[in-house]
Design a protein around this ligand. Structure first.
Ligand code: SF4
Length: 438
């Protein structure tokens, strides 16, 4: 049985219990929200049979802390698995709640297996990458992908123990026709969406993931794999945001959410992308309305196109607004986005930037514990309790490093103001006043 079916049967699973404890939420509320499909806990039950470690509980959805995903994975130019495992460690140390393996270089099946063995948090993948990599390896390009190969990739990932699968089921022929009637500045920028639209165009056929959605549901139900409904038509430029093709696909994803719920399969819906700041809240509300509260997973969103090298910042600005408006899951963006495969430092920066965005949104949403963290931290700042500040902040590693590098002359202050420290001067004035009145 899936988590959703257990919840509908009135049973609270170990994963629901773990999430309830982490989030200070009554277990019954978690159960009710899983049953309703407005919360998901990615956890592939096949991990148990395969002897894989059980990932840390990761609840995504209504009333929960906004979660952060870090993408890692080899490319043809950087196929080293060790480099990606080092990034996995860095991402988890920095506080990533989930990891997606987007490997396209080297032995991607064995990389995925090793990742599942080492990763302490849920793992997601995009199975169509396997089908595309195999097609290119044979020298035939996308045209030589087959519908059977694509479905076999979904099955292989589910049976290997992957917890959530991004499947671009909404890239239908009708959606592509809508796109052709309203051309974009950047066209299709999702890799999965591009593979599918190119294949559909070559073969003049419908998207196999849409046509065979019932088979995907049966497979995901068998292993309790969470389906992350991919947004193949996500805008890759501000000028393309909220165009007819994006909205057409979103309507299809909303129908598929309903079919997932009827089948007892947990679901997440993926979203943009590049979005002008003034549209971010509208886009979140629209998705939540159409998809009846399904957990929403966004990439950024990036609120300007023109800052390569700083896209962890453009994404965090959009991510904060999106999280405040109800987004549940943020995929990080690193400073290397649009420029190259990220290195370890980029991964750290990307995770922290996304966590800052999520936390800012959590404060606005009133998530229990979010505003309290800031209040406690500010109390330590006012008291110039440096140990507490350095150890309870968002990124203790960086804070310790900067404090050590920019050492103050007087330890009780920092080297920004030194003896002109406002807190110190206020305390001194209060002390003198107290002495005067004593
Ligand atoms: S020295 Fe200035 S910046 Fe540093 S803690 Fe005091 S007031 Fe803050």
């Amino acid at each position: 049985m899936t988590q959703m079916e257990e919840a509908r049967g009135g049973r609270i699973t170990a994963q629901m219990r773990e999430v309830a404890a982490q989030e200070h939420m009554p277990e019954d509320i978690v159960r009710e929200r899983i049953a309703a499909g407005v919360m998901s806990i990615p956890f592939n039950r096949r991990r148990i049979a395969l002897g894989l470690p059980q990932p840390k509980g990761c609840g995504i959805g209504l009333g929960l802390r906004t979660k952060v995903n870090a993408n890692i994975g080899t490319s043809q130019d950087f196929p080293s698995p060790e480099a990606e495992f080092a990034k996995l460690t860095a991402a988890c140390e920095s506080g990533a709640d989930a990891i997606m393996d987007l490997s396209t270089g080297g032995d991607i099946q064995s990389i995925r297996r090793s990742l599942l063995e080492r990763c302490p948090v849920p793992v997601g993948t995009v199975p169509i990458y396997d089908a595309a990599v195999q097609a290119f390896a044979k020298g035939g390009g996308i045209k030589t992908m087959t519908a059977i190969g694509m479905m076999q990739a979904v099955q292989a990932h589910a049976e290997q123990g992957v917890d959530f699968l991004t499947i671009h089921c909404g890239v239908t022929r009708e959606v592509i026709r809508t796109l052709e009637r309203s051309p974009r500045v950047c066209g299709i920028v999702s890799r999965g969406g591009t593979f599918l639209s190119a294949w559909m165009s070559c073969h003049n056929k419908e998207n196999p993931f849409y046509e065979q959605f019932d088979d995907i549901l049966a497979l995901c139900r068998e292993h309790d794999v969470t389906i992350s409904l991919g947004d193949g038509l996500r805008p890759g430029a501000l000028a393309d945001a909220m165009d007819r093709a994006q909205l057409h696909e979103l309507n299809i994803l909303a129908e598929l959410v309903q079919r997932c719920r009827e089948a007892g399969v947990q679901t997440i819906v993926e979203g943009p992308g590049h979005v002008p700041l003034q549209q971010v809240e509208t886009q979140v509300r629209l998705q939540k309305e159409l998809c009846k509260g399904a957990p929403f997973y966004v990439l950024g969103p990036l609120v300007t196109d023109v800052a390569p090298g700083y896209d962890h910042i453009t994404a965090a600005i959009g991510g904060a607004v999106a999280a405040a408006a109800g987004v549940d899951f943020i995929c990080y963006v690193t400073p290397a986005e649009h420029l190259g495969l990220p290195d370890i430092e980029h991964v750290r920066e990307g995770v922290i930037a996304a966590r800052i965005a999520g936390h800012a949104g959590d404060i606005a949403k009133g998530i229990p514990g979010a505003a309290e963290w800031d209040r406690d931290f500010s109390t330590a700042r006012r008291a110039r309790d440096w140990d507490r500040q350095l150890n309870t902040c968002m990124d203790p590693i960086r804070a310790h490093k900067l404090r050590a590098e920019r050492r103050p002359g007087k330890e009780e202050v920092c080297s920004m103001c030194g003896e002109f420290c406002t807190y110190r001067i206020t305390e001194e004035a209060q002390r003198q006043k107290n002495q005067g009145t004593a």
